[in-house]
Write a protein that binds this ligand. Structure first.
Ligand SMILES: [Zn+2]
Ligand SMILES: [Zn+2]
Length: 319
């Protein structure tokens, strides 16, 4: 979080095509490192908590459309969720869900893509925070797991809050991202206060680099580049011993991690969602291994409605 760049300094137009990879999948072991830092620390502040905020749902989809090997007759209602992390040094948002202007933003998509990515029941993050009389002075930063349309739609609703992204994610979104995955109007406002994340050479849970946000082991960011060029994941380690790993869109469902199953090839073909499916699959395998070795760790895909239903929902926090 050292370099800053205003989006007004960036080239104004989106160029090039969204990179798509072949469907070849390399299966690698998790390769968990013994050099990792311990995850539970005595000095962890007890007031660190989280709450999940549902901003919208996607319209009904057959499970076969959201995870390879999914059921033809099983309906899923994926959600567009945000996570609010409460910390004594300042609160963080993971993603922003669908914002106040989402209907205008998706005009950038083709009609076909709007049908494919249809949503309903929008209740923007900003409106929910205002309704609960949330103290906005507490907000320290927004961590979009990546800059896809359904994760940064609400950025412009919170213009004064620093936005932490990797330079890789920002560069790709601005220079190469295109609809339907990336919508330029969501991130071209000069008001957005971008802060680029620099990972430290500190292995964490088998990831080569990490960023211990508050230097207390509670919130640790890692790179999950694959779904997009600069996607990040966030570990949250609570004083209760419970741990969560917010994995963005590495998979859309818990079943994707459990079955080590990528998104269906047809979705990739229709909408070009994944930047590098081979690299994303390495993370799927790795996260599967992490979940197997730690029963206190909950894997949280950004859109899985069944996982969200088991978590603490706003305005209730879990600690
Ligand atoms: Zn998404
Ligand atoms: Zn995505």
């Amino acid at each position: 979080m050292t370099r800053r760049m205003k989006s007004s300094q960036l080239p104004p137009s989106l160029r090039g095509a969204l990179l798509m990879t072949t469907l070849a999948v390399t299966v690698l072991s998790g390769g968990l490192s013994h050099a990792d830092k311990t995850t539970a620390r005595a000095d962890m502040p007890a007031t660190v908590g989280y709450s999940v905020i549902k901003t919208a749902r996607s319209t009904d989809a057959k499970e076969m459309l959201v995870v390879s090997g999914g059921g033809w007759f099983k309906d899923r209602q994926l959600q567009h969720n945000v996570v609010l992390i409460q910390h004594p040094k300042g609160d963080l948002l993971i993603d922003t869900g669908l914002g106040r202007n989402v209907d205008a933003q998706v005009e950038e998509m083709s009609w076909m893509h709007r049908q494919l990515l249809a949503y309903a029941d929008v209740y923007p993050l900003i409106d929910q925070l205002e309704a609960s009389q949330y103290d906005f002075a507490r907000l320290r930063g927004i961590i979009p797991t990546h800059m896809h349309w359904d994760h940064v739609s609400g950025l412009e609703d919170l213009p004064s809050v620093p936005v932490w992204v990797t330079a890789e994610e920002h560069n790709f979104a601005v220079h190469e991202g295109k609809a339907p995955a990336f919508l330029r109007s969501q991130f071209d406002s000069p008001a957005i206060d971008w802060e680029f994340v620099r990972f430290d050479d500190e292995p964490y849970e088998g990831f080569d680099k990490s960023k211990d946000v508050f230097s207390d082991g509670t919130v640790v960011m890692v790179s999950l580049a694959g779904h997009t060029s600069g996607q990040v994941g966030v570990f949250l380690n609570l004083a209760s011993g419970n741990r969560l790993f917010f994995i963005g869109d590495t998979t859309w469902t818990a079943e994707g991690i459990e079955r080590r199953a990528p998104r269906p090839a047809m979705v990739q073909w229709l909408a070009g969602i994944d930047w590098n499916r081979e690299q994303n699959q390495v993370h799927i395998e790795h996260i599967n291994a992490l979940a197997a070795k730690d029963s206190k760790l909950t894997i949280v895909p950004a859109h899985d409605e069944n996982v969200a239903a088991k978590l603490s929902l706003y305005p209730v926090f879990a600690y």
